[in-house]
Design a protein around this ligand. Structure first.
Ligand code: HEC
Length: 264
């Protein structure tokens, strides 16, 4: 009786094991996943990649610097699996420039922070502002684009669609933010540099885009982009001033994000 019982259990076990093998999908090949490294990286580059990957998935809270106004609490929440986002995690930018400038920059623009930590009110879009909704694009393979030289981008551009293929690439010449170092062999036009990333290629490099994302999407300031989305003040001064106040946690902790660590 006991032997029969054991055989029964073993057969069930075997059945489950082989059935699962058929039911479970096999892991994808390493070179086909979107959020992995490419094969040619050195050990140091792989370490750098993994550090960035960890930062990308890190979920921020008030004690690690989130807010006081924000859109989301991690990079990956919008760029799901390093891929593209979803309408439910989109972000809204608003405002427009007229002959007097963009007055909406003083009313919370250019990006809507529709969430806030306790004790703060999220932003609303001021009346009269035009707005647009953006869904996060994929973050895969962007290092390749960063490595393309300015000369190649210019050679590939075709503003007037002279080759008649219906595609007219137009480089976006941007002011270089003061915390950025130009690429070797950078080509300039009237003191401006070629943008590569983000909306209308407005960011010079991935570092630039990331600094902006920390600030505008998560309310996390840094030495590179110290202006707080809420007070609009540079928090390095404010941080020192509030050392003695009860707000120390929300205001100073945001300075602790060590970008250099992610990029060196
Ligand atoms: C609230 C959603 C959201 C969060 C959070 C977010 N992003 Fe994005 N990201 C976007 C959207 C939308 C765009 C495209 C529009 C733009 O550039 O502003 C974008 C663009 C980018 C691009 C440019 C992609 C390209 O093809 O040019 C990079 C790189 C990027 N994000 C990295 C990050 C990093 C790093 C973080 C975290 C520090 C982050 N994002 C957090 C929504 C988000």
């Amino acid at each position: 009786m006991k032997a029969k019982y054991t055989i029964f259990i073993i057969s069930i076990g075997f059945f489950i094991a082989t059935a699962c093998e058929k039911l479970l999908p096999v892991s994808p090949e390493k070179n086909t996943v979107l959020d992995g490294t490419i094969e040619e990286l050195t050990t140091a580059e792989t370490t750098q990649f993994l550090r960035g990957d960890a930062a990308f998935t890190k979920v921020f809270t008030t004690s690690t610097g989130l807010g006081p106004l924000f859109v989301s609490n991690s990079c990956i929440s919008c760029h799901a699996g390093d891929g593209k986002g979803h309408p439910s995690t989109s972000l809204i930018r608003f405002g427009q420039t007229d002959e007097t400038g963009n007055k909406f920059l003083l009313m919370g623009g250019p990006q809507l922070q529709h969430r806030a930590i306790t004790g703060f009110n999220p932003e609303n879009i001021p009346s009269g502002a035009s707005q647009a909704t953006f869904i996060a694009p994929s973050n895969t393979g962007l290092g390749f684009l960063e490595a393309v030289s300015d000369a190649d981008i210019l050679a590939l551009s075709d503003p007037d669609d002279k080759d008649n293929d219906g595609i007219s690439g137009v480089p976006n010449w941007i002011e270089l933010a003061n915390f950025l170092t130009p690429k070797p062999n950078a080509i300039t036009k009237n003191g401006k540099y070629i943008g590569r990333f983000g909306r209308k290629a407005g960011a010079y490099n991935l570092f630039n885009q990331t600094v902006n994302a920390y600030n505008q999407d998560m309310g996390i300031v840094s030495a590179y982009s110290p202006n707080d989305t809420y007070s609009r003040e540079a928090l390095d001064h404010k941080c020192r001033a509030c050392l003695w106040s009860s707000q120390i946690i929300y205001c100073c902790s945001r300075f602790l994000v060590d970008f250099a660590n992610h990029f060196q």
